[in-house]
Design a protein around this ligand. Structure first.
Ligand code: FMN
Length: 211
C-alpha cells in the first residue's frame, strides 16, 4: 500500500514537512510506502469555474494540478498538510486542492474515491481547528474515509525545531499514521475477501435552493 503526503507549504523542509515526516515514519514502520509531494513555492492559480474539466477530464490549466492528479491514481491513501495562514489553509494549497478535487471528480478511475485521507496542520499559535475543518471538506465531498487520531492533527511551531519539541503534537501524528496503516490493511483484506465497494447511484441529484 502507498500513501502520498502532500506538503502544502511554500517551505520545502519547514514545519509542515516536519509534521508529515513524522506520519511517514510510522507508516513506513507499518510496511506502508510513502512519498512526499511538495506543491512548490511557485504561484498556483485558483479555479476559474469554467467547467471545462467536465469535458476535458482534466483542468484547463495544464500545470502542477494535472501532474498531481495523474500521479494520485497510483496511491491508496493521502495526507494533506498545510501551514495555518490567517486561521485557514495556505492560499496556494487551497487553489491547488480546489482545482485537483473539482477536476478529479469527473475522472475514471477516480483518483480519490474510497481512499482514506487526513489533513495535518502546522501553526505558530492559533487557527488550527478551523484549518482542519476546511481541509476535511474535500475528503468528505469525495467519499474518502477520514482517518482520525486521538486528538486533532496539529503541531505548533514556527520552525522545524519547535515542531520537534511539540511532543503531544508528534504523538498525535504517530497515532494518525498507525490508524491509517491499519485502515489500509483492513481495506486490502476486505478486497481480497471479495467485499465490494459501495454501489454508486448512476445519476447524481443536484437540486439548487432556487425553485
Ligand atoms: C501569511 C501567514 C499567515 C500566518 N497565519 C497564522 C495564523 O493565523 N495562526 C498561526 O498560528 N500561525 C500563522 N502563521 C505561521 C505559520 O502557520 C507557522 O509558522 C507554520 O508552522 C509554518 O509552516 P511551514 O514551515 O511549513 O511553512 C502564518 C504565517 C504566514 C506566512
Amino acid at each position: 500500500m502507498k500513501v502520498l503526503l502532500v506538503n502544502g507549504s511554500p517551505h520545502k523542509n519547514g514545519c509542515t514537512y516536519t509534521a508529515l515526516s513524522e506520519v511517514a515514519k510510522v507508516l513506513n514502520e507499518e510496511d506502508t510506502k510513502t512519498d512526499i509531494y511538495w506543491i512548490s513555492n511557485k504561484p498556483i492559480g485558483g479555479c476559474i469555474g469554467c467547467f471545462a474539466c467536465a469535458k476535458k477530464k482534466r483542468c484547463v490549466f495544464d500545470d502542477i494540478v494535472n501532474d498531481f492528479t495523474a500521479k494520485a491514481v497510483e496511491y491508496d491513501g493521502f495526507i494533506f498538510g498545510s501551514p495555518v495562514y490567517y486561521s485557514g489553509m495556505n492560499g496556494s494549497l487551497m487553489s491547488f486542492m480546489d482545482r485537483v478535487f473539482f477536476s478529479a471528480s469527473v475522472q475514471e478511475p477516480h483518483p480519490f474515491r474510497f481512499k482514506p485521507a487526513a489533513a495535518v496542520v502546522s501553526a505558530r499559535r492559533a487557527g488550527t481547528t478551523s484549518t482542519l475543518d476546511q481541509m476535511n471538506k474535500y475528503f468528505l465531498h469525495q467519499q474518502m474515509p477520514v482517518v482520525s487520531s486521538r486528538y486533532w492533527n496539529m503541531v505548533h511551531g514556527n520552525t522545524p525545531d519547535e515542531v520537534m519539541r511539540d511532543e503531544e503534537g508528534l504523538q498525535i501524528l504517530r497515532v494518525l499514521g498507525r490508524n491509517m496503516a491499519w485502515l489500509l490493511k483492513l481495506m486490502e483484506a476486505g478486497e481480497k475477501a471479495g467485499v465490494p465497494l459501495p454501489k454508486q447511484e448512476e445519476q447524481r441529484i443536484a437540486t439548487n435552493f432556487i425553485r
